[in-house]
Design a protein around this ligand. Structure first.
Ligand SMILES: [Zn+2]
Length: 243
């Protein structure tokens, strides 16, 4: 029987602050704060003001991983130029075959999304993703704090700091967006990690699963555009409009 309350609970929201294009074009000024963004959230990720570290958030807590690679608690007042956060939604747990790579996880998430028996599967092409487990060949990264005038993101990332771990245990959280190169979202699977011992973390480049559980939340998306001249809030129902 159709249960409106259950349907509403299943319909989580993913909110993204600012477009990827803006970040790409060196807008590293804060548009929001950690406290404002990570409220009643399921999981999230972001970048700190001035590119001063990668943000990873889950289990009610947000962390910042600066260029030295050691995670610190993200201050509530810390500014964020870019963040994506999931709220609500209904988790679907899926075991992950050992040996799975990031590409395999992308396929697994797609399988979960298309198998979702929710009424309108085309609305659910965006998913929040969490992977808990033990991994091999993990490569994470952060970047150095920038000073104005800010260089474009490719310049910053050309000097990124990589952290490589033959064996790594922890949690990866993030989002699976459509593959469209529309500049609004970061296409594909975007994950940030934090180790179980809280001694490492960052934006995730690659990993191989030793053993892990994948949790997927099916969601729709709101993109918030904070700049003057742009609409205050654009509701981007990714998948509906083909982006
Ligand atoms: Zn990232």
């Amino acid at each position: 029987m159709f249960d409106p309350a259950l349907a509403a609970a299943a319909h989580g929201h993913i909110t993204q602050v600012d477009t990827f294009t803006d970040l790409y074009r060196a807008h590293y000024e804060a548009h929001t704060t950690v406290a404002e963004t990570f409220r009643d959230f399921t999981l999230g990720l972001g970048v700190a003001e001035a590119c001063d570290g990668e943000i990873v958030a889950f289990d009610g807590k947000a962390w910042r991983v600066p260029a030295d690679g050691y995670p610190v608690s993200a201050e509530p007042s810390l500014g964020l130029p870019f963040a994506v956060v999931a709220q609500g939604g209904m988790p679907i747990d899926t075991p992950v075959p050992p040996g799975s790579t990031m590409d395999d996880i992308t396929t697994l998430v797609a399988d979960v999304v298309t198998a979702g028996d929710l009424a309108q599967p085309t609305e659910h092409l965006v998913a929040a993703v969490r992977i808990d487990g033990v991994f091999t060949d993990v490569v994470l990264r952060s970047e150095h704090r920038q000073e104005p005038p800010y260089p474009p993101l490719p310049d910053v990332l050309s000097r990124e700091v990589r952290f490589e771990f033959p064996a790594w245990e922890g949690t990866l959280v993030g989002f699976r967006f459509p593959d469209a190169q529309d500049g609004v979202v970061i296409p594909g699977l975007h994950l940030h990690g934090l180790s179980s011992d809280r001694n490492s973390g960052g934006h995730c480049h690659t990993f191989t699963v030793a053993h892990a559980i994948l949790t997927v939340w099916l969601d729709d998306v709101v993109v918030t555009l904070p700049h003057e001249g742009l609409a205050e809030q654009v509701r981007a129902r990714l998948g509906d409009n083909g982006v």
